[in-house]
Design a protein around this ligand. Structure first.
Ligand code: TXA
Ligand code: MG
Length: 561
């Protein structure tokens, strides 16, 4: 098949003499008019163009790409004045979109006119039209004087091409010419909106954001195929959305969630032969691996530009057996990046936020909570000490203080801060009042813990709360663990630790809830009969290691079902 001589037109530098540029454009356009195939730059990705009104020419596109016949092509035009030539029943809003966003990364699906051949639209009664924002593409289309049917220039199923080199890699010898207009500015394909239905429907997210579209159109329906796999037998409205696409040879897993967490989750899962696609900030975390950077986590424009490059780089690397990719959120052009990455992964996804494990730890004094928490920390966990959080909130959280003031009256010092001694005198003298105070604090502590978790994202948290059950915090946890220990051992530990006499230590133990209470109310019990704190910490570490694995497996399983 690769038998043609592919002519190369270098139009990267538009500052060259005008007559040189014009003659190159004329030669490239002549290929289209003759019914040949031409690789063409656009602002999104490179296209593989042919005269869209010439059935024989269009057929060659399908051949060269190995593209399924039922996948229609987009007609590229040089301005909105071409719309009525190829479309009928055009709604006024379509012209409004063209006015706002053309030339640009927007394809509109409209009713087709009779002059557009069946091969171009794969027999549909609609046709996609777009005016690309690339001076070279526009000049070639104008010069050719025909609408240019152009899919992305990659071999069907491969990542799209964002440079002329990419196009030659796939198409050298299969096409008549390639126009090199430099690297693509946008990097992902155009946004496709179906204007033949109400409300308009987003068929493919792309270089123009959904938010910008909705700014003109009001509510836009997002087609199901955008973020979920198309199942067997389903017919998506953009036929192309049903095909496996953009996929490198090795299987891809997309890891969503807060960037810190997704990076950690990838580290946890990767093997020595894993390739990584990650944000710039995390490259150093994957030393020794094949890594493709998407650019800074906060810069989606750069991520879009680099995306296909990254996928292509792995496609030609046979040493990599699996690929893990970080992924931005869905806002703006993030939706297009999500869609391409997830399609490349065949929708094999892991949500690092969901992969977060939260373990609640409770139990009486002297049972060994501190050692258990140290074990969690040794496993990379972050401990949230609710007692400490509570005291910090009494100092800093105005709403909490106001709520306490409303209930208990003047419990404030002269500088307006909460006077804990005053408050203590009120509540410790009266059980009901203590309950009231607890009710207030329980209401405030949960959102505070959630806020702290968001602020310092981590894959593993230990929530340390003596009132884990009563406070309702247990429901935040994947598992609650009661740390228990025989009474005599607890007394001995308290005497040693707090330098108090035995009688007083016994009093403290008996004033607390019994081990039975914790045992009954927690998911699991970790009993501490160890001789030393170090020995118990070791036991706890093994216990948590197994537990965390089990929880993660459950989560994984739940998602796949
Ligand atoms: O940015 C782009 O749009 C690039 C550059 C070259 O312009 N082109 C491009 O074309 O991405 P292609 O063929 O790779 O993707 C076109 C998508 C396919 O999913 C196809 O099924 C869908 O548009 N499509 C084309 N005509 C359609 C129609 N009449 N109705 C619904 N979907 C259509
Ligand atoms: Mg394509």
């Amino acid at each position: 098949m690769n038998t043609m001589q592919t002519k190369y037109f270098d139009l990267r530098d538009t500052k060259r003499p005008v007559n040189e540029i014009e003659s190159q454009i004329a030669d490239a356009a002549a290929i289209l008019r003759r019914g040949g195939l031409l690789g063409l730059p656009t602002e999104t990705v490179y296209g593989l163009g042919a005269n869209g009104l010439d059935s024989d020419a269009v057929r060659k596109i399908f051949e060269a790409k190995g593209r399924p016949q039922d996948n229609p092509l987009i007609l590229h035009v040089s301005g909105a004045q071409w719309i009525p030539r190829y479309c009928v029943d055009v709604p006024p809003l379509a012209y409004e979109l063209a006015r706002r966003f053309w030339p640009g990364p927007l394809t509109m699906i409209l009713k087709r006119a009779a002059c557009v051949p069946d091969v171009t639209t794969a027999g549909l009664d609609t046709v996609g039209v777009r005016c690309p924002n690339h001076p070279v593409a526009l000049a070639v289309i104008r010069e050719a004087g025909v609408p240019v049917a152009a899919p992305s220039a990659n071999i069907s199923g491969r990542p799209s091409c964002t440079s002329a080199q990419d196009v030659l890699e796939d198409m050298d010898g299969r096409i008549d010419g390639i126009v090199d207009g430099g690297p693509c500015a946008v990097g992902v394909e155009s946004t496709i909106v179906d204007m033949t239905c109400k409300p308009p429907r987003l068929l493919r997210p792309g270089g123009l954001s959904l938010e910008e579209l909705e700014g003109v159109l009001g509510h836009v329906e997002v087609d199901k195929a955008v973020l979920a796999p198309v199942t067997a037998g389903e017919r998506p409205r953009a036929p192309g959305m049903k095909y496996r696409h953009y996929a490198p040879k090795a299987p891809v897993t997309v890891v969503t969630g807060a960037p810190d967490r997704s990076a950690q989750e990838i580290r946890r899962r990767m093997r020595s032969s894993s390739g990584i696609i990650c944000f710039e900030e995390f490259v150093s975390m994957f030393q020794g691996h094949k890594v493709q950077s998407l650019g800074p986590s906060g810069d989606k424009m750069t991520q879009a530009q680099r995306l296909f490059d990254a996928l292509r780089a792995f496609d030609s690397d046979r040493t990599v057996t699996e690929i893990f990719a970080q992924c931005p959120d869905n806002r703006g052009i993030g939706l297009a990046i999500n869609n391409r990455l997830k399609k490349a992964a065949g929708f094999h996804l892991v949500d690092a936020d969901e992969a977060t494990v939260i373990i609640g730890i409770t139990g009486g004094t002297g049972a060994g909570k501190t050692s258990a928490l140290r074990a969690l920390e040794a496993l990379g966990g972050k401990v949230l000490d609710c007692d400490q959080v509570y005291h910090e909130m009494l100092r800093d959280n105005r709403e909490l203080c106001a709520a306490i003031g409303a209930q208990f009256g003047d419990v404030f010092a002269e500088d307006g801060s909460l006077d804990r001694k005053k408050l203590g005198e009120i509540v410790f003298a009266d059980r009901d009042r203590l309950e009231m105070l607890n009710e207030i604090t329980f209401r405030f502590i949960r959102p505070e813990l959630q806020r702290r978790m968001r602020e310092t994202p981590c894959l593993l948290y230990g929530i340390d709360a003596i009132r884990l059950i009563e406070s309702g915090l247990a429901t935040m946890c994947d598992r609650t663990v009661a740390i228990t220990s025989p009474q005599e051992l607890r007394v001995r530990r308290i005497v040693q630790r707090d330098q108090i006499d035995e009688r007083y230590a016994r009093l403290r133990v008996s004033a607390q809830r019994s081990d039975d209470y914790y045992r009954e109310n927690c998911d699991l019990e970790l009993s501490n009969t160890a001789e030393s704190a170090e020995a118990f910490e070791e036991t706890a570490r093994e216990f948590f290691e197994k537990l965390i694995l089990q929880i993660k497996e459950e989560k994984q399983h739940g998602r796949e079902e």
